[in-house]
Design a protein around this ligand. Structure first.
Ligand code: SAM
Length: 294
């Protein structure tokens, strides 16, 4: 079978196709079939996409669709879909719509009744998360932070209580300034800077946020592209004395069950442990259990 396979029978609609984030061999076989089989490819920069197409011998016509011309080009793409053409949307790298243009096209094409077909593949977010070694059970995609420092600090402060790994896209040039703001506003989090993923100089810089921040203040901006991952906030130690004090404050009013739930939610400690402490407190407060000589 040839790659791309010229026999592939594509449905009509808009294909949202992920492309590599560096290593051109990360393209999927299905992405090649689709890019070869559609009538038109909407891409951010025709020079960048033509490198991928040339590498795999694909000659499909391209049309530029980027941040600055998307509103003007959208009617043409929707018109092509209305006329029964198959259209692929790609970005310069990775998955379209992930900090890349396309959501209005997808929304309008869906509203016009066209099929939207995802063709998944590379994304810097998942590549970074998969190899960083920070918790991945809950993560928040932050995307790009504001470039201006005041707005960036405000955006970071809004993330203080977020109990999740944060995924931040950043330009390498701004990394030292931006990581300094991260260290000041989100202290204690573990950080991983994933740089040049899937490329020759791929690198992961891992550590405490203040140490990594100091490193980039000394070394200056790195070369290439970076994703910054900030692990969840550190869990604060809560003493038994504080747990008991919180329980005592509400036990009489709400009872063992509700008090345990509330204090467990407040402290992040396991509910069954708090429940056991609450039971012990109620028993010791019961005069029938008193050992005091009267
Ligand atoms: N749509 C893309 C995706 O799925 O990841 C992201 C596009 S966004 C305009 C570009 C940003 O993604 C870069 O500034 C960088 O933060 C991140 N990025 C893209 N490729 C990368 C790579 N090879 N290594 C590290 N970060 C990368």
């Amino acid at each position: 079978m040839e790659v791309p396979d010229p026999q592939v029978n594509l449905a009509n609609g808009l294909f949202v196709v992920a492309t590599p984030i560096g290593n051109l061999r990360d393209v999927t076989l299905r992405a090649l079939d689709v890019l070869n089989g559609v009538d038109l490819i909407a891409c951010e920069d025709t020079r960048i996409t033509s490198r991928l197409l040339t590498r795999y011998g694909i000659n499909t016509p391209m049309v530029a669709h980027h941040e600055h011309n998307a509103a003007a080009v959208r009617p043409r793409l929707l018109g092509a879909l209305d006329a029964g053409e198959k259209v692929a949307l790609v970005s310069d790298a990775g998955t379209p719509l992930i900090s890349d243009p396309g959501y209005k096209l997808v929304r309008e094409a869906a509203a016009a009744g066209h099929r939207i077909i995802p063709v998944p593949g590379a994304s810097a977010t998942l590549a970074a998360l998969s190899a960083a070694g920070v918790p991945t059970d809950r993560f928040l995609f932050v995307g790009f932070l504001p470039e201006k420092q005041v707005a960036r600090q405000k955006a970071l402060r809004a993330l203080i209580g977020e109990d999740a790994t944060l995924v931040i896209y950043e330009s390498a040039r701004r990394l030292p300034a931006s990581i300094k703001d991260m260290a000041a506003n989100l202290p204690g989090r573990e950080v991983v800077v994933a740089r040049e993923l899937t490329k020759r100089f791929e690198e992961f810089v891992r550590g405490d946020i203040q140490e990594v921040c100091d490193h980039y203040q000394r070394a200056g901006p790195p070369k290439g592209e970076v994703v910054v991952l900030l692990g969840p906030p550190p869990v604060e130690e809560v003493s038994n004395a504080s747990v008991d004090a919180a329980l005592r404050a509400i036990l009489d009013d709400v009872g063992v069950k509700a008090a345990s739930s509330a204090v467990a939610a407040l402290t992040g400690q396991p509910k069954r442990d708090i429940y056991a402490r609450a039971l012990k407190l109620t028993k010791s407060a019961d005069p029938a259990n008193s050992t005091d000589p009267k």
